[in-house]
Design a protein around this ligand. Structure first.
Ligand code: SF4
Length: 316
């Protein structure tokens, strides 16, 4: 099946997925890939499915979903490989527009140096670009790119694309312990993102079984540090950690709301106090969540922060 869902997504609301690449054909073989090892590595674009087949499948799914009275916020190209390898991507986006639903593409950015890829992405309403590393050695270790790809060229074209693109641009950075989470490297990523200026920079950690068994999410201290460093370069940074937290919808249940907010970003001590005061309660609830190991307290540059227990020790 090419079209799947719609599935709830914090970033995109109700998103109907489009799987326009057979498993797992990619330009990268990321160590953390949750689809397993790359079966076929290539950088040549080609046609995998007839565009008409994709369109028909999406149209059918949209019709069924609408008949069931369910809304769809985005049609999202999020395949089992790299979506820009599909040589018909631009045509497909164009043909889907009459459905009147916004279109999103989640790409690893590796083919952004190609004019036809940029032209296709330009047509989407929302584009997520992968920026896991800005140093050559780290890029090779974490994303394990096809031998013909060149990082300086990708970076150069990412900046040019970001400048010209008029839709909603976000970035995604997957943190892997001991690979790309060092302080110096994160400062370099923050500098690069400051030039790219995404609307939101998402920080992800591996939450599902990765391609390589040795891959681990960083500890909470390192995840908080990454958040603070990236925040110096980009206005808005959010976690993407597999919990569907929503920092902006309050349920009135203080415990749940604290877990939701900290699933999106860490909270500084003074923000927690302010939140608790507004809710007419005190620190007891935070102490309980820490005791239950659902919240973690970490220090960074003289401040205390509270984070959702994210990594490998997670109980949720
Ligand atoms: S770019 Fe995406 S699909 Fe390709 S190997 Fe990396 S995580 Fe997997």
């Amino acid at each position: 099946m090419i079209a799947f869902g719609p599935v709830p997504s914090r970033r995109l609301g109700r998103s109907l997925g489009i799987n326009n690449i057979p498993p797992k054909i990619c330009t990268y073989a990321c160590v953390y890939c949750q689809l397993g090892r790359t079966i076929k590595m290539q950088t040549e674009r080609q046609s995998f499915y007839e565009p008409e087949e994709i369109l028909q499948d999406v149209r059918d799914k949209v019709e069924k979903t609408r008949k069931a009275g369910e809304p769809i916020d985005y049609l999202t190209f999020v395949p089992d490989g790299e979506p820009t390898l599909d040589i018909n991507l631009g045509r497909e986006i164009e043909s889907l527009k009459p459905l009147g639903i916004k279109i999103a593409v989640i790409t690893n950015s590796s083919l952004i140096w190609r004019e036809d890829v940029r032209e296709a992405l330009m047509q989407a309403d929302w584009v997520s670009l992968k920026v896991d590393a800005v140093r050559e050695g780290i890029w090779r270790r974490i994303d394990r790119p096809h031998g013909t790809l060149r990082l300086p060229s990708i970076q150069d074209w990412l900046l040019k694309f970001a400048k010209a693109y008029t839709g909603h641009l976000v970035t995604e950075t997957m943190l892997v312990e001991g690979v790309n989470d060092g302080e110096e490297h994160l400062v370099e990523i923050a500098d690069f993102l400051a030039r790219l200026q995404p609307g939101i920079a998402y920080l992800a950690i591996p939450t599902r079984p990765p391609a390589e068994e040795w891959v681990r999410p960083p500890a909470e201290e390192a995840i908080n540090r990454a958040y603070q460093i990236l925040s110096q370069g980009v206005g808005q940074v959010e976690y993407l950690i597999g919990y569907e937290g929503n920092a902006f919808a309050f349920t009135g249940d203080v415990e749940q709301d604290l877990l939701s907010i900290t699933a999106v970003h860490p909270m500084r001590e003074d923000a927690v106090d302010e939140f608790l005061a507004r809710a007419g309660t005190n620190r007891a609830v935070v102490r309980r969540l820490v005791a239950q190991d659902r919240l973690v307290e970490v220090g960074y540059r003289g401040h205390r922060f509270y984070l959702r227990r994210l990594g490998r020790h997670s109980k949720d």
